[in-house]
Design a protein around this ligand. Structure first.
Ligand code: ATP
Ligand code: MG
Length: 756
């Protein structure tokens, strides 16, 4: 038997082997929280204190769930397939599938990912003649999701004015329409499960008795509903083991509530609060940088983090004149690292905003460096894949109007806007789905629509006994998607992606064990959790037993596609650089990390910079970014950047002033104008002096009488103050802070400025 405990420090050991009571492990980045959580599951199973069925573990992404399962299978001689380890969404999906009747959902309900949800709402607004200037689809979506994340249905939302009341009415309409179509959004997965278990006592008691240990990673990012869900699941029997780091709470904008940590401590009567203070991930300079930065936040639970690993390399800082130059610099550094033996997959390039990835991708592509983008355009979100999936969704659940509209005339089959209008009218009149309304449309339009229905019915009939991958192949052929893209100029990529779908289905079937007889769980004390008799003669069919009966491989694959749209993984074995947002990097670690775009307005982001709490969240985000690195950390910023079609002139981020100079190494800029004119930059010789000069309001007269600190007035931006001047003579440009209009870089020889 493997000794699971020998690689733990005393605090970690104490945490892993705690008695079966609720506990909170509060610890900084890289201190082994996830490792402790995983080891505890293995240890509880190995020592026979818990059967594999009794564990419910919640991770933040599908990727971390997979990682946890693979770590567990290397620690334990059991088949980990079927263990209840997953994201909130994934676990709720399983429960709702198994108990779809009790939850009031069709067996083949389908999941809307965020982009599906947005187009669904657009359609709803249009059908109900809602003014989308006053009620933009995105605001309606935030309103609905915000309410659901708090556990509120429309009837329970307080409305204070007409605007609120309209939003509430739209929420109600939205829910009714989802129900009619048999679709659920991400937040609904949780809310529906929560309602199911709170209303259905036998079911609740069954799962409360089953899941004796509930373990939650990244607890600081749970929202109100997730917390309520956990409380419900736990009842008063389960031991809840929560691990988290208040300094890494970065999802407040999605309703995460770091206050759940203190609520948890109180409401679960936590007697065991363990702090882990040794960091095993990063070298000293990296850790010191993270610690110094986060010390600027005021609301902290407070903890220390130290490492035995030595200082290591300093954190390298680079300034570029443009985002293109920044990307070039990253390419060069990445090449150096790879020459020194780093593998590409151990190098991460992080950015605050998805829009930054385009320039980076272009530079990597031109340099022939393989890379992989997480997030952004994910495989299952590509148009051609969405089309293929829509055909399958209709075969599984013809009432999904979104899927219907996506492919009814794609590839084109002569069904025009007029026909669809007739169809929509009929559907509205009878309160049925578009699919069901087809027979009510007369004439030529009716014939074309009828032919589409026949196509779907035919595909369903032809594929009913086929294994999933073959089914996908038939759908690709019958839908004529492949032939359609053959005629398109840039269709080759799309065809390749579509063909990948057959492979994706093959991998899915083998990973999920469809068509194999092996029981989902085996190992110590595992009995297939089947029919369980409860007192009072009520029989509950546990999800493990129910799922194979109610969930076809097709349904399972479709939910996988929607859930996986949340976080895509690098392909195994591919040695590619990893590109992702800082949010997506949570919980991960890499040998080398580049954090790009450290500029005011971008990082910290302009949406957050107005309020102190917003800046604190951005600082936590930067803390997360820094602490992803093991050995090498690079931070870059650029004077100009093309974002959303506009050139922005940027000030370097305030975060540079919050990091310890002794851990940083400023790399000399290559070709660029700088704040000190065209002479050799002050950064080159004495970076600290440069910083100080600026901080003290370095007074530079350009010859035209402009100086730092000068008050100015501009026709459009109003009054402002010159913060910096770069270049001289006719090349002089000034950074001017215009208050509510923010920081602008203006050419002093062109801009019409008055001194005030
Ligand atoms: P984060 O806050 O970023 O999620 P974490 O606290 O979950 O970090 P882990 O990912 O569990 O930290 O661990 C960080 C790294 O340190 C991992 O590579 C892990 O294997 C290693 N590690 C943790 N504990 C030990 C230990 N006692 N001895 C050696 N390595 C360890
Ligand atoms: Mg972790």
């Amino acid at each position: 038997m493997q000794n699971l405990l020998h690689n733990l420090n005393p605090e970690q050991l104490a945490a892993v082997t705690l008695p079966a009571q609720s506990a909170l492990i509060l610890a900084g980045a890289g201190s082994g929280k996830t490792r402790v959580l995983t080891t505890r599951i293995a240890w509880l199973i190995q020592t026979g204190q818990m059967s594999p069925q009794a564990v419910l573990a919640v991770t933040f992404t599908n990727k971390s769930a997979k990682e946890m399962l693979s770590r567990l299978s290397s620690m334990l001689p059991i088949n980990t397939r079927g263990l209840w380890i997953g994201t909130f969404h994934g676990l709720c999906n399983r429960l709702l599938r198994a108990h779809h009747k009790d939850a009031g959902l069709p067996q083949t309900f389908q999941i809307l990912d965020s982009s599906d949800q947005l187009s669904f709402i657009k359609r709803l607004l249009k059908a109900n003649n809602v003014d989308d200037e006053k009620f933009p689809a995105r605001s309606v979506m935030y309103f609905i999701n915000g309410a659901k994340d708090k556990g509120l249905r429309a009837a329970a939302v307080d409305a204070y004015d007409d605007n609120d009341r309209k939003m509430v009415a739209l929420y109600d309409l939205y829910d009714a329409q989802c129900q009619r179509e048999g679709v659920v959004d991400f937040a609904e997965l949780l809310l529906r499960t929560y309602e199911l278990l709170s209303r259905n006592q036998p079911l609740r008691e069954h799962y409360q008795a089953r899941f004796k240990h509930i373990l939650v990673d990244e607890f600081q990012d749970t929202n109100d509903l997730q917390y309520k869900w956990l409380k419900l699941m736990a009842g008063n029997q389960a031991a809840v083991f929560a691990v988290g780091d208040d300094d890494q709470s970065i999802y407040a904008f999605r309703g995460a509530n770091v206050g759940n940590m203190s609520a948890f401590e109180r409401e679960f009567q936590v007697k065991n609060l363990i702090k882990l203070e040794q960091n095993y991930r990063s070298h000293g300079h990296i850790l010191d940088t993270a610690n110094a930065l986060i010390a600027h936040n005021s609301k902290r639970l407070g903890k220390n983090l130290h490492t035995d690993a030595g200082h290591g390399e300093p954190v390298r800082i680079s300034e570029s004149s443009s985002d293109i130059q920044e990307a070039q610099w990253i390419v060069e550094e990445a090449k150096n690292l790879m020459r020194e033996g780093s593998s590409g997959s151990e190098i991460a390039i992080l950015y605050r905003s998805n829009a930054q990835s385009r320039v980076l991708e272009h530079a990597l592509f031109s340099a022939g460096l393989p890379y992989r983008v997480y997030g952004g355009q994910r495989y299952f979100e590509r148009a051609e894949i969405k089309h293929a999936i829509a055909y399958m969704q209709l075969m599984d659940n013809p009432h999904n109007d979104s899927a219907f509209l996506r492919v009814v005339n794609f590839p084109t089959r002569g069904i025009g806007a007029r026909s669809l209008e007739q169809l929509q009218d009929a559907a509205k009149q009878y309160g049925i789905s578009l699919y069901a309304a087809v027979p009510y449309v007369p004439g030529k339009a009716g014939n074309s629509l009828g032919a589409f229905v026949k196509l779907i019915e035919g595909a369903r009939f032809e594929t009913q006994n086929l294994p999933l991958p073959e089914m996908v192949q038939v759908v690709l052929d019958l839908s004529t998607l492949l032939t359609h893209y053959q005629t398109e100029k840039e269709g080759a990529d799309r065809i390749e992606n579509l063909e990948q779908l057959v492979n994706a289905a093959t991998v899915f079937v083998s990973e999920e064990g469809f068509g194999q007889n092996a029981p989902a769980l085996s190992g110590p004390s595992s009995q297939a959790a089947g029919l369980l008799a409860l007192p009072g003669g009520i029989e509950i069919i546990d999800a493990d037993a129910a799922l194979p009966m109610v969930m076809s491989p097709l349904s399972a694959f479709l939910s996988h596609a929607s859930l996986e749209a949340g976080d895509n993984q690098a392909q195994a074995g591919q040695d590619a650089l990893q590109l992702m947002t800082v949010h997506a990097a949570k919980g991960l670690e890499f040998d080398a990390v580049f954090i790009t775009g450290l500029e005011e307005g971008l990082f910290p982001h302009e949406n957050s910079a107005k309020e102190e709490s917003g800046v604190e969240e951005e600082r936590r985000l930067m803390y997360v970014a820094i602490t992803r690195a093991r050995n090498r950390l690079y931070i870059s910023f650029s004077q100009t950047r093309m974002l959303h079609g506009q050139i922005r002139y940027n000030m370097r981020s305030r975060f540079f002033d919050e990091m310890p100079e002794e851990s940083l190494k400023w790399l000399s800029p290559k070709v660029q104008a700088n704040w000190f004119g065209n002479k050799k930059s002050a950064w080159d010789e004495a970076p600290e002096a440069g910083v100080n000069a600026i901080a003290q309001g370095f007074s530079k007269n350009t010859g035209s009488g402009w100086r730092i600190g000068q008050g100015v007035s501009h026709a459009k931006f109003g009054e402002g103050v010159i913060v910096n001047i770069e270049g001289s003579g006719s090349n002089a440009r000034a950074h001017i802070n215009f208050g509510q209009f923010g920081m602008k870089l203006l050419d002093l020889s062109i801009a019409k400025l008055d001194k005030i």
